[in-house]
Design a protein around this ligand. Structure first.
Ligand code: AMP
Length: 249
């Protein structure tokens, strides 16, 4: 059984992002980039499925700039078997990514797509759901446990105030949440091995997909700065201040 894991290259979660001076987007020019953290969890889960003999091959796919090759190499250092870069300099929106992944699914015929629940740059939480709809496959989002047996997936999902268990027939799309696993560190020997694993490069045009953005970004702004706090001498001063400022009667 082949498992496909889409991995997105995003600004590293430790970086404090800055908005470009003209408000046209986030400045990524010198920012450290990494694999989307949820995608790392998805790669880890797919590799564990292969190690357990449930999956036979783990294919990682990234769509974006040529530098996404680094992200794909990282995924192969975690244990993915091979990689595909869909290279484009268009700023891809979730629907375009879902269409690209649909085309890859048709070519590669995976039984399972394990993606991140959301990319931490656009926070869209859409790509997996759109892919499932385009493929007409069942889907489970926010997975914190995944079990595969007899052509079915049983998924425990994190929902408001609890857990929900759903079962679906494969092929399916599952998006993973934070508590599914803790991804391993890529060791140096595995980083070296990953350099030799196959990485194919293809274009959206070769997949017959139009990736022109359908949404227009009007402006991006930083959140308002918080006013500095003040220190008060004690409770009496606090109560007086709250009364003066009309917070309490
Ligand atoms: P989003 O819908 O943008 O929040 O992304 C959800 C998931 O879709 C991510 O965690 C990835 O698994 C996948 N994904 C989104 N964009 C890309 C991309 N450009 N390349 C590969 N996978 C992506």
């Amino acid at each position: 059984m082949k498992v496909l894991v889409p991995v997105k290259r995003v600004v590293d979660y430790n970086v404090k992002v800055r908005v470009k001076a003209d408000g046209s987007g986030v400045d990524t020019a010198n920012a450290k980039m990494s694999m989307n953290p949820f995608d790392e969890i998805a790669v880890e889960e797919a590799v564990r499925l292969r190690e357990a003999g449930v999956a036979s091959e783990v294919l990682v796919v990234s769509a974006g700039l040529v530098n996404c090759q680094e992200t794909l190499r990282t995924a192969m250092a975690i244990g993915a078997d091979r990689a595909l870069l869909i290279e484009t300099d268009v700023d891809l929106q979730p629907l375009a990514v879902a269409k690209l992944l649909k085309s890859v699914c048709e070519n590669e015929q995976p039984q399972l797509v394990l993606c991140g629940k959301q990319a931490i740059d656009d926070d869209a939480n859409q790509t997996g759901q759109m892919l499932a709809a385009l493929m007409n496959w069942p889907q489970a989002t926010f997975a914190s446990k995944v079990q595969l047996a007899d052509g079915k997936a049983t998924v425990v999902r994190e929902i408001d105030g609890g857990m929900e268990t759903v079962e679906m027939a494969l092929p399916a799309v599952i998006s993973v949440d934070l508590r599914l696993n803790e991804p391993r560190y890529a060791t140096l020997p595995n980083i070296m091995k990953a350099k030799k694993k196959p990485l194919d490069v293809i274009t959206p045009a070769a997949l017959g997909v139009d990736v022109v953005p359908r949404l227009k970004m009007l402006s991006v702004a930083e959140p308002p700065k918080r006013a500095a706090g003040i220190k008060l001498a004690g409770v009496a001063e606090l109560v007086a201040k709250l009364k003066n400022e009309g917070v309490i009667a």
